[in-house]
Design a binder for this molecule. Structure first.
Ligand code: SF4
Length: 231
């Protein structure tokens, strides 16, 4: 009998390779902005579209010259500045609280030191901030610091479970753990981006396009929705 851990690793490897052949292998490059920008952006991006969150982030940067100024801004003023991202009443105090916590703990807003910690420790530090979960922490670590953390957003969560890489009942955190245990960290950046792209373009939430899918022979769901006789 095949070792389940080996089977999962082989399954992830096959999916990673196939997606890379279809979409290319995105390569990490140093972002122009510091990790604290990613962190604040993750607050703004909760429960809203990329467009609305980018608009709110641009408004924030235009309104305040520094993160210190954001931290000290009158709460109602900050709420008005970021209103385009929705839930501004909840997000504004969380941003200020996180900035205060970081300033007290670190002495400034530079989070680059997190790159020197093991990923689990860095993620644990970040998730102590109110409103930051494993997904946001992993995004900061992967995109901002090139650390081997695997963020699981709604697309990654849906596609990985349909593929059978994780049980249907698996939470995003469980999927994160499965991928981080069974795949090399160097794959996390391209795999994350390619799964999102696949989820947006092919394995859509309401109607997966299984007949057009390059992963069909690797997919538990695809094997059911498209019988072998039609393959
Ligand atoms: S075969 Fe269907 S369910 Fe499986 S990944 Fe492709 S589109 Fe999604």
């Amino acid at each position: 009998m095949t070792d389940p851990a080996f089977a999962t690793a082989a399954h992830i490897a096959a999916v990673h390779k196939r997606l890379g052949e279809s979409y290319g292998m995105p390569v990490w490059s140093q972002p122009g902005e510091p990790p604290i920008d990613e962190l604040v952006g993750s607050f703004l991006g909760q429960n809203t579209s990329d467009v609305n969150s980018s608009r709110a982030f641009a408004a924030l940067k235009a309104a305040y010259p520094s993160w210190l100024a954001v931290m000290d801004a009158p709460l109602d003023e900050l709420t008005a500045v970021i209103r385009s991202c929705g839930l501004a009443n909840r997000k504004a105090p969380r941003i200020q609280k996180a900035l205060r916590t970081i300033l007290v703990k670190c002495g400034d807003f530079d989070l680059r030191w997190l790159a020197d910690l093991p990923v689990d420790e860095a993620r644990a530090w970040l998730t102590e901030l109110d409103g930051i979960g494993n997904k946001s922490a992993s995004i900061l670590l992967l995109f901002g610091l090139n650390r081997p953390a695997f963020p699981v957003d709604t697309h990654v969560h849906r596609v990985t479970r349909r593929l059978g890489l994780a049980p249907d009942s698996a939470s995003p955190d469980k999927v994160m753990g499965i991928v981080e245990r069974h795949a090399p960290g160097a794959w996390f950046y391209p795999l994350h981006l390619n799964l999102i792209r696949h989820g947006r373009q092919v394995c859509q939430a309401r109607q997966p396009r299984c007949r057009a899918c390059v992963l069909r022979d690797l997919c538990e769901t695809g094997r059911v929705t498209v019988p072998a006789s039609e393959s």
